[in-house]
Write a protein that binds this ligand. Structure first.
Ligand SMILES: *Cc1c(COP(=O)(O)O)cnc(C)c1O
Length: 231
């Protein structure tokens, strides 16, 4: 398993480097989030041994189980799945980042439930870029209002935006979607100049080149690191 993950990570890193050079960006200007949903704790451990530190999980109970098994490692944990209100306490207590906030109620609960001894939990607002009914996320024209409500909450720190755009195969079309998220962050930075809005969480296995070209600071990759998901 180590060998497969190692080969995949080497290939992925080359791909990230190429994507960076293709748009004249520095590879250090964006990071890799390893999306480990459905993968066993041992797979994350192997990935960690190879230097990966940021892991993203979608399902709370599964993530908590892995966190117990991996508590000897200094992993930065990102929650990237849909959030029900009854899950906010465990998320507030066990994660460093949450990418999937799209309602003020969830942000308020995370803020209230964040243990006082921990730094504020870092948040991205999930944006429904293509107004797809099946997808969660705040609408583009409602980002500013939601963001303003969130900046007053002491237990959370708003850091940027996240999106999962409609699946498109043409990289040019993919990039147009990602450009819209880039512009949304730019405009939010103008609305809230005091806020450290430095994060654009966008790009997955199938569209990371387009996301990097459009200014992604954090690509979220699952399949191309761990292989197809176990279901
Ligand atoms: C599963 C998932 C990913 C990773 O997708 P891959 O296509 O496997 O790279 C990224 N972001 C989110 C929110 C996901 O749920």
């Amino acid at each position: 398993m180590l060998k497969i993950i190692e080969d995949n990570l080497i290939k992925l890193e080359a791909r990230l480097q190429n994507a960076a050079s293709a748009c004249h960006r520095d590879r250090a200007s964006f990071s890799l989030l390893a999306v480990s949903k459905t993968q066993a704790a041992e797979a994350l451990r192997e990935c960690y041994k190879l230097g990966q530190r940021h892991f993203g999980e979608n399902y709370l109970q599964e993530a908590l189980d892995k966190q117990v098994k991996l508590n000897d490692l200094s992993i930065t944990w990102h929650f990237i799945g849909p959030i029900q209100s009854n899950k906010t306490r465990a998320i507030a207590e066990n994660f460093d980042w949450v990418h999937s906030v799209d309602r003020v109620k969830i942000a308020r609960r995370l803020s209230e439930q964040r243990p006082k001894a921990m730094p504020p939990i870092k948040l991205c607002l999930q944006v429904n870029l293509d107004a797809e009914e099946s997808k969660s996320g705040v609408a583009l024209n409602q980002i500013a209002e939601l963001a303003e409500e969130i900046t007053n909450l002491p237990g959370v720190q708003l850091r940027g935006l996240m999106a999962i755009p409609m699946k498109l195969d043409d990289p040019k079309a993919q990039q147009l979607s990602f450009n819209r998220l880039f512009k949304a962050l730019e405009s939010l930075q103008k609305t809230l100049p005091a806020q450290p809005l430095d994060t654009l969480s966008m790009g997955m296995s199938g569209d990371l080149e387009a996301a990097i070209a459009a200014g992604s600071t954090l690509v979220r990759v699952g399949t191309d690191i761990f292989g197809a998901r176990r279901q």
